[in-house]
Each structure stands twice: as structure tokens, then as C-alpha cells.
Design a protein around this ligand. Structure first.
Ligand code: DGJ
Length: 694
């Protein structure tokens, strides 16, 4: 039972997680002050913190100690978590505490404005098996219209320290999830997506440490926003050292109107403190995602085949049947037909929106192919892009008003497509209806749900509150996915947005895996996967083995290396199997067998990232009596063999047998001296080692 405590004499709340404490308290003016987020402190110690007088500022500074949810108004000059304008044009908020509720790990602190009809509730939820704290906000109007200019999910505050460093993920299409570590400047640093999607360029995950944390040691505070549309996180370090960040859905400039009786609820913004370094932070996030986000965490993700890199838009029944036969021989468990199966979609210029099988390509519909795939013993999956339309489509010709658009402005096409406004109930109902029919009629087991462009001209002419669509579109996506899953309990969904443009805790609550990146080059992938693993567990990380030379980078790599890199996630094959020679097909089948042996550890184990000695990187997965190592060495200078890999997660008192060589190693030796890897000579060397505790 999660431990939430209210201390009435001191007006304090203490939230205990298994190894951390989070504490807030009310000041004399009913502002909720942040007191502590970190290692365990007792009630008396938190009380001592609460009694500390805040440092005196000048008449140019924010007054008082850090706030849990700083609203615009009064002597507050940092980035506001809440900005509202009331019907009479007045701005700013003055709080009156209106009570709190606790319910099985969920604390709600209610704050009313002293004059205006506004109630804000700060929500906290803790679990007894995780140090992650979930926070969100609800904002309710009990009177005249209120315009919301900003309403974040949560603000987070760090202890006052001399300096901080931030870790965040940057990138672009084909290069997502690149980890950056840099000092936090004395400034406001904005991380944001204005694309209507989570984005390739930034991910709403952020970690801070005082500059001394490493993979295995040190205090790390990290947060992740569960939202798949536009978002903004503003990190503020003041000249006196105060470090806070506030984040939520929507980017700057959007406003939402709240009418009488309406409540807006923000997405969850989750936070985690650990004293065990970046590795422990990732492991705690992985466990949280598995226990509290994913719908089917215990399920093993099947080895999939995807047609995209093999056939592009040239999809037809005969070609896919031939690929399916080869895929089945290799041991593939799920066959996914990508883009090009519907309407006039023979390239990216036409047909998007016309979701009936192309009669030239599938004369009898998809059913014969689906049946054949099932007969071959595989699940059947299909690519869809329900939020988008080509202007050259029957759908657009019938409903030109269904897309995002603004009066007197052009309709910017990207990849020759426009975005459907799923905030419209009629558009959302249409999308749900055809998806529901498609899944039922063709016995579809898996949908790859893609979204290949950002929002532009995101208006809704005639609508009283058009910016609402930035929230309601994403909510509609969630609702359609939730409904499909409820009505088709066997259906699994892959989140995709031109690769990893929509990877976040919000989409993962209704999808089973993410297509990590369109970049399938294994050397590039090592970095992409490392960044992805900061927050997300391996079981949701889609990773394909494709052809060599790689279509994006033209790099040539051995099949074994491509497999070993892709084995670090939910393995897939994406190459043109009709061109693979028999020797490669045989090798691929053997490597898929190896993956299936180590898969429980990769997908359900605990992951340890290991940096070798500069040329080598590796991940180890601890699971029951196993420890599996995947190690990659993209290139190395002459005469240089990587140093043995220290497996510090092993039990020093135990012995481990290598299932391949039969060699027995002592845990102490593997921890202290390390595992000697048997790497082939040359570039693109890799190894997989499965150790069993004996
Ligand atoms: C972008 C995806 O990331 C690719 O894997 C593929 O599905 C294409 N879209 C299809 O248009």
C-alpha cells in the first residue's frame, strides 16, 4: 500500500516511494511549496526543511521558496506552469487552499482562486513497486469563461547545488534519440515540439545530475511526459542556483478556452529520483513502463518481418506471399505488409485516405494473403496511417474540410500529404469505423500506426476554440487505439511516426512497441538504441535487420553484426529476402534461433548498459539465472583488442557457464577482471554471450 502522509500541524504532505521521499507543504499564503525530492528523510527532518526561511531576494526577484506549480501572478518571474486570463481581462492567480483527498496512492491538493471561478488540483500518484512519481493537473472553471494560456502537468525542483548537468535526446528523421549531456546554463532552456507529434528533434525525457553522476553511481533526477502531441518543457536555472523545470502539453502561443463547468486534465508528467546513476535511472524507468504503462508487458514480442525496405510501395499479393514464405522459413512469427496496399497508393503522391485494398494488387482483397500468412504459422500485420490524407484521394475530394486548415492560408503539403483533423468527431468516427472493419474483416493481429508529417496551418475554421485541436487530435488518436484494443483483444499496435517521431509514455499506454528509426544501419543504430534505452525498455524497441549496403548510409556490414545489434530490442527482419543467398538465409535462420533463446532475457530482463574501452559498447540483460551480453565493436585500430568487459551486475559468489563454449567463469572474475569476448577480426565485430548461473 503506497505511503502518503499528511501532517496537519505543519500542513505538509509526504509521499514515500520504496527508496525516495517527495514532500510539499503549504505556506502562510496557501502557496504549495516544494520541500524535498530525493533520498529518504523522516517527517521531522522534512518539518525542519519546511521551517527554513527562504533566502531573501531583492525587489526584482521571485519571492519565497520554490513552488510546486508556479502560476503567473504576484512576485513570480520564472517560467509559469499556469497562465490564465479571466473574463474581465484580469490575469494572475491568488490561491486559497481548498482541501485535499487521498485515495490508494493518489493525492489531490485542491487550490481555488481567491476571487475568480478557478479550481486547480495538483495530482500525485505513487506506487509501492516504483520510485516513479506520477503528477498531473486538472483545471476547472465554475463560472465565466477562462482563457488558459499555459497549464503544465507539473513543475520539478532540485536541491540547491553549485551546478547541474542535463541529459536529453536530440535528433531528426533517421537519427532519433541521440543522447546529449551538457551543463545547465543560467538561463531558461526550452525543450519542445511544435509539430503536433512527440517529434524526432526532441523527446520529452530529461535527466539532471550535478555533473558527477556516471552510469553506475550518483544522484539523477529524471522526468518523462506521457504525451504524443506538441509539448514544452522549460528548464530554469537562476543566477542564485535555483533549478526547476515545468512541462506539459501544447507549445507556446496556443490558448484553450474553459467554459463554465468544464475541466481540463493534463497528461501525466512522471518523475524519478535515484542515487544509482544513469543506469539505475533507466532500469527504474524500464520497470515502471513495464508495470504501469504497457498493456501487455508479460507478452513476448514476436520476431517480425516488415516489407518496407524490401518492396517500398511495390506491394502486391504475389510479392508479399513470396516474402512471407521465406520469412516463415527463417522463423519469423509476425509478417507485416507496409505502405502501398490500398487505394491508388503506388507512390507517396496519391491514395492516402482511401483504405480499401488496391484491386490491381490484391484482386480478392487482403484476406487471401492474411490467410496464407496465418497458414504459414505467422501473425498478420498491416501498415496504416489514419491521421493523414493525400489531396489526390477520394477521401479528400469528398471532405476537403476534414484536414487541418486555416482561412486565407495555403495548405502546406509535406510528403504530399495533409493532416486530418481527428479532433472533429466526424473524422474520428470515420477513422475508427474503417480501422475496426479492416481489423475484423481481415483477421489482423498487428497494426503499424504511422504518422508521416508535422502539423501546419492547424486551424479549424468556424470552431470557437480552434487551438483545442492540438490536444483533442492526440486524445482522439488515443481513444481510437483504446477502442480498437478493447474490441479486438488480440490486436497489437506498433507506434511509428516516420520512425521514432512518436515515442513517449502516452503512446506506450496503448501500443506495444515503437518503430525506433527508419535508419536501420547497425552502426548508427548503436547510438540511437543507447539514447532510446535511457527511458524505454528493450521489449518496445523495434529493431530490424535489413540489406547491406544499407539503404540510408550505403554502409556494408556483415549479417551477424546487423543481427547482433537488432537483437538488443524486439527483433525484426526488413531486408529483401528474395535476394538473400541461401547461405545468408541459413545464417539468418540460425541467428533468429539464437535470438529466441536469449529473448526472455532481452525482453523481460533488467538491462545494464556497459561502455567498453572506447571501441566497444555492450548491453547485458539479467533474467532469472541468466545473464546475456550483446557486444558491438564497429571499428578498431590495428592491434587493438577491446579490454575484457566487466560484468558488474553479476554475483561475485556465483559461477556462470557460457552456453556456447561450455566454459565456466567465476562471477568475481567476470566482475573484477571481465569477460573476454571472442570477436572476429576486422570492423563490425560483435558477440552474443549467454551465461547461466550454475
Ligand atoms: C515511415 C515509416 O517509418 C516506414 O517504416 C514506412 O512505414 C514508411 N513510413 C511508409 O510510408
Amino acid at each position: 500500500m503506497p505511503d502518503l502522509r499528511y501532517v496537519p500541524e505543519q500542513r505538509l504532505w509526504l509521499l514515500h516511494t520504496p527508496s525516495t521521499v517527495y514532500a510539499v507543504g503549504l505556506d502562510d499564503d496557501d502557496n504549495v511549496r516544494h520541500l524535498h525530492w530525493g533520498a529518504r528523510l523522516t517527517e521531522a527532518q522534512i518539518g525542519e526543511l519546511a521551517r527554513r526561511a527562504p533566502a531573501e531576494g531583492s525587489s526584482f526577484d521571485t519571492a519565497g521558496g520554490p513552488e510546486e506549480f508556479g502560476a503567473e501572478g504576484g512576485a513570480r518571474f520564472g517560467p509559469p506552469s499556469l497562465q490564465v486570463r479571466f473574463a474581465d481581462g484580469s490575469r494572475g492567480v491568488e490561491w486559497r487552499y481548498a482541501g485535499h483527498d487521498t485515495d490508494d496512492g493518489h493525492l489531490s491538493i485542491h487550490l481555488d482562486d481567491r476571487h475568480y471561478p478557478l479550481r486547480v488540483t495538483l495530482h500525485y500518484r505513487v506506487h509501492d513497486d516504483s520510485d516513479v512519481i506520477e503528477r498531473w493537473t486538472s483545471i476547472a472553471n465554475t463560472g465565466k469563461k477562462i482563457v488558459i494560456q499555459r497549464c503544465d502537468s507539473a513543475a520539478w525542483t532540485l536541491p540547491h547545488r553549485g551546478s547541474y548537468r542535463m541529459s536529453h535526446l536530440v535528433g531528426g528523421w533517421n537519427s532519433e534519440f541521440r543522447l546529449r549531456r551538457t551543463d545547465v546554463p543560467v538561463a531558461e532552456t526550452v525543450f519542445t515540439s511544435r509539430t503536433g507529434l512527440t517529434s524526432h528533434q526532441a523527446n520529452p525525457w530529461l535527466a539532471l545530475d550535478d555533473g558527477s553522476a556516471s552510469e553506475e553511481h550518483g544522484e539523477v533526477w529524471s522526468t518523462a511526459l506521457a504525451w504524443s502531441g506538441s509539448w514544452r518543457i522549460t528548464l530554469h536555472r537562476g543566477p542564485t542556483g535555483r533549478t526547476t523545470w515545468t512541462g506539459g502539453h501544447g507549445h507556446e502561443g496556443l490558448t484553450w478556452t474553459l467554459d463554465k463547468g468544464e475541466t481540463l486534465r493534463t497528461p501525466v508528467y512522471a518523475g524519478l529520483y535515484t542515487a544509482g546513476g544513469f543506469g539505475a535511472a533507466s532500469r527504474a524507468w524500464h520497470a515502471y513502463v513495464s508495470r504501469h504503462v504497457l498493456a501487455q508487458p508479460a507478452e513476448t514480442r514476436p520476431v517480425l518481418y516488415n516489407s518496407w525496405e524490401a518492396t517500398g510501395f511495390d506491394v502486391d499479393e504475389a510479392g508479399q506471399t513470396a516474402l512471407a514464405a521465406r520469412a516463415a522459413r527463417l522463423g519469423v512469427e509476425l509478417f507485416v505488409v507496409d505502405d502501398g496496399w490500398f487505394g491508388k497508393r503506388v507512390n507517396d503522391h496519391a491514395g492516402l485516405g482511401d483504405w480499401t485494398p488496391n484491386p490491381d494488387r490484391f484482386p480478392h482483397g487482403l484476406r487471401p494473403l492474411a490467410d496464407e500468412v496465418h497458414r504459414l504459422g505467422m501473425l498478420f500485420g498491416l501498415w496504416v496511417e489514419p491521421e493523414m490524407v493525400n489531396p489526390d484521394s477520394d477521401l479528400y475530394r469528398a471532405h476537403p474540410d476534414w484536414v487541418l486548415h486555416t482561412a486565407h492560408r495555403g495548405r502546406t503539403e509535406m510528403r504530399n500529404q495533409l493532416v486530418l483533423n481527428l479532433a472533429r468527431p466526424d473524422t474520428a468516427a470515420w477513422a475508427h469505423a474503417w480501422l475496426d472493419r479492416l481489423v475484423a474483416d481481415n483477421d489482423i493481429d498487428f497494426l503499424k500506426w504511422d504518422a508521416n508529417r508535422a502539423f501546419t496551418e492547424a486551424g479549424w475554421p468556424g470552431h470557437a476554440d480552434p487551438d483545442r485541436l492540438w490536444l483533442d487530435h492526440t486524445r482522439a488518436v488515443y481513444q481510437i487505439m483504446d477502442r480498437l484494443r478493447a474490441d479486438h483483444p488480440r490486436l497489437r499496435i506498433e507506434a511509428c511516426s516516420g520512425g521514432g517521431g512518436r515515442a513517449d509514455l502516452g503512446i506506450l499506454a496503448r501500443t506495444d512497441q515503437v518503430w525506433t528509426s527508419d535508419n536501420t544501419d547497425p552502426v548508427d543504430r548503436i547510438g540511437i538504441q543507447d539514447g532510446f534505452s535511457q527511458l524505454f525498455p528493450a521489449q518496445v524497441m523495434g529493431a530490424w535487420v535489413t540489406d547491406s549496403p544499407n539503404v540510408a548510409t550505403a554502409r556494408r556490414t556483415p549479417l551477424r553484426f546487423r543481427f547482433h545489434v537488432a537483437m538488443a530490442g524486439a527483433l525484426g527482419i526488413g531486408g529483401d529476402l528474395t535476394t538473400w543467398p541461401e547461405t545468408e538465409l541459413k545464417e539468418a535462420a540460425e541467428l533468429i534461433e539464437v535470438y529466441k533463446r536469449i529473448r526472455p532475457a532481452v525482453q523481460h530482463g533488467t538491462a545494464y548498459r556497459m561502455a567498453g574501452d572506447g571501441t566497444l559498447s555492450a548491453v547485458g540483460y539479467a533474467y532469472q539465472d541468466q545473464f546475456v551480453v550483446l557486444a558491438w565493436c564497429p571499428s578498431r585500430p590495428f592491434g587493438h583488442d577491446p579490454a575484457p568487459l566487466r560484468l558488474t551486475a553479476l554475483d561475485p559468489a556465483a559461477f556462470y557457464r557460457d552456453t556456447e563454449s561450455g566454459a565456466v567463469h567465476s562471477g568475481a572474475v567476470l566482475r573484477e577482471s571481465g569477460l573476454l569476448l571472442d570477436l572476429p577480426k576486422g570492423d563490425h565485430a560483435s558477440a552474443v554471450v549467454q551465461l547461466i548461473r550454475i
